[in-house]
Design a protein around this ligand. Structure first.
Ligand SMILES: [Fe+2]
Length: 308
């Protein structure tokens, strides 16, 4: 299987204009399109694809679906067979179901969220242009210096089931995991690309989203992002910036106006390779507070209680 990287996340928001202001003026994405239903499409600076985020207005926050890209168009046929063989229902999604996207297959993860696989997203170029570009975005560009959509953390009542599916059926690699004293998996961090996680799964209600995360160019950009958020009145997590023990990144969590948790971060280590070849880091459950927040070694109660 050749799932290569995250393509985009489609989110529900309760106020489209407020969400757009957040993701453009605070996070630093650019609006790339709008469709007839009112959905807003956004992309980060260092990605040529049509979008990495879709905002759909709804009565509630949460995740609509997440789409991952495969390396070749033929990989979709292989993926369809592999997912079907697992006993899961696979739905064909026509090209153009969302703007800029080619045909996709869709299925429901064991944790209840819809996942899609697709090969094609229209290319619209980098934010800095494609002909004799400047190497940096224009001075005064709104928002944080986000380079790309990096990963997401899903909630699930049985996280191990989704992790197993990703690893056994879609050939994701397990880079880190949190393990209970009885050996059962509490949370899993899996990758299909070059860094240590593209999709992670932790305890919580099925179908829910824990957070989506955007990459920054440097650790100091995390500080810059917090300055922007404080000025904008963005709701931040109780504390931070911090460092995760898991992954080692410098990070800050905050919320969009609908309550979807966001993260911006820098410093993920490289973790590609052949699935199963590199043993995963193991965190014992009693050490997980240090794994979650290395400086504070405390996990706020809201961290797993609040999902969308
Ligand atoms: Fe994260």
């Amino acid at each position: 299987m050749a799932v290569s990287r995250i393509g985009y996340i489609s989110l529900y928001v309760t106020d489209l204009d407020a969400a757009r202001r957040h993701y453009v003026d605070v996070v630093g994405l650019r609006e790339t399109d709008r469709d007839a239903t009112g959905r807003i499409y956004l992309q980060a600076a260092d990605n040529q694809d049509h979008h990495c985020l879709i905002l759909t207005e709804a009565s509630h926050a949460g995740i609509d679906h997440v789409a991952f890209k495969v390396g070749e168009a033929e990989d979709l046929t292989e993926a369809q067979a592999a997912v079907s063989a697992r006993g899961m229902t696979v739905r064909a999604v026509a090209a153009g179901d969302v703007l800029g996207a080619g045909a996709a297959i869709a299925f429901t993860l064991p944790s209840g969220q819809e996942m899609r696989l697709l090969h094609h997203l229209d290319k619209i170029g980098y934010a800095t242009g494609m002909r004799n570009p400047n190497p940096v975005p224009p001075h005064g560009k709104p928002g944080a210096r986000v380079t790309h959509l990096d990963h997401l953390l899903l909630a699930g009542e049985r996280p191990a089931d989704t992790a197993q599916f990703l690893i056994e059926v879609l050939d994701f690699n397990l880079s880190e995991q949190v393990v209970a004293p009885d050996g059962s998996v509490i949370a899993a961090f899996t990758t299909c690309g070059h860094t240590m996680h593209d999709l992670a799964i932790a305890p919580g209600p099925n179908g829910h989203l824990h957070h989506i995360a955007f990459g920054l160019e440097s650790r100091s950009d995390v500080i810059g992002a917090v300055d922007i958020m404080k000025e904008a009145g963005t709701t931040l997590m109780e504390y931070g910036p911090s460092r995760h023990g898991v992954s080692g990144v410098t990070t800050i969590y905050f919320f969009d106006p609908a309550g979807n948790r966001n993260e911006v971060y820098n410093g993920a280590y490289q973790a590609g390779g052949v699935p199963g070849l590199v043993p995963p880091i193991v965190w014992q459950a009693q050490e997980f507070p240090r794994g979650a927040f290395y400086y504070e070694s405390v996990v706020p109660e809201s961290f797993f209680a609040e999902t969308t």
